[in-house]
Design a protein around this ligand. Structure first.
Ligand code: SF4
Ligand code: SF4
Length: 197
């Protein structure tokens, strides 16, 4: 079991202008077929969701919980935690039962159309007009932020946000920085450094 704290994407509501560039960039990144925001053709399947409450808007997504409730309840062991990429869904094991959707405290899990190489992933079902036969239909499976695992430039939403309202946060680095700041403040060095700036 990984022991490192998982990274996650942090949104700052005070900066967000609700333009949805993050949702578009996320959808394009997960179609995986060389699709850009301008050439999106299928339905949008973002993995973070812009929420509006009064005048405030902010995207909400997976926090990559250390004790991930979605992983704990999945009857098919389709959700797992990794050392560097947080909580991931194995789409080959998912059957779309929605148990994880009920367990997620952030509302980050969705059951949605999954894309593979620019095409909808398909599943085999019994043909209702001929029960002896099977037919293919688009697969609706567990879908959530995967931190754009494998994407060289990092999470697409962070890159696309024009207001720099999204950050990929590494809790280990943040803690080290806070400890350093506290140590400098306690020693008085922080105050001196602050005075010089
Ligand atoms: S929808 Fe998929 S990932 Fe979620 S609990 Fe069911 S099998 Fe597991
Ligand atoms: S791209 Fe940035 S500013 Fe636009 S909705 Fe997303 S977080 Fe808000």
């Amino acid at each position: 079991m990984p022991t490192r704290l998982s990274p996650f994407i942090l949104a700052t509501a005070a900066k967000c202008i609700g333009c949805r560039a993050c949702e578009l960039a996320c959808s394009a990144a997960h179609m995986q077929g060389g699709v850009s925001v301008g050439s999106l053709s299928g339905p949008l399947s973002p993995r973070l969701y812009l929420m509006r409450v009064g005048d405030i808007c902010v995207p909400v997504g997976c926090r990559h919980c250390e004790d991930a409730p979605c992983a704990a309840v999945c009857p098919n062991a389709a959700i797992y935690r990794t050392e560097n990429d947080g909580v991931q869904v194995d789409e080959n094991r998912c059957v779309g039962c929605k148990t994880c959707l009920m367990a997620c405290p952030m509302g980050a899990m969705e059951i949605a159309q999954i894309w593979k190489h620019g095409k909808p992933a398909m599943r085999r079902v019994v043909d209702p007009s001929n029960p002896e036969d099977l037919q293919f239909e688009p697969a609706l499976l567990a879908s959530k932020c995967d931190l754009c695992r494998g994407r060289e430039a990092g999470p697409a939403c962070v890159q696309a946000c024009p207001e720099k309202a999204l950050d990929l946060v590494d809790p280990v680095k943040i803690k080290k920085r806070r400890n350093l700041e506290a140590a400098l403040a306690l020693s008085g060095a922080g105050a001196r450094a602050g005075g010089e700036i």
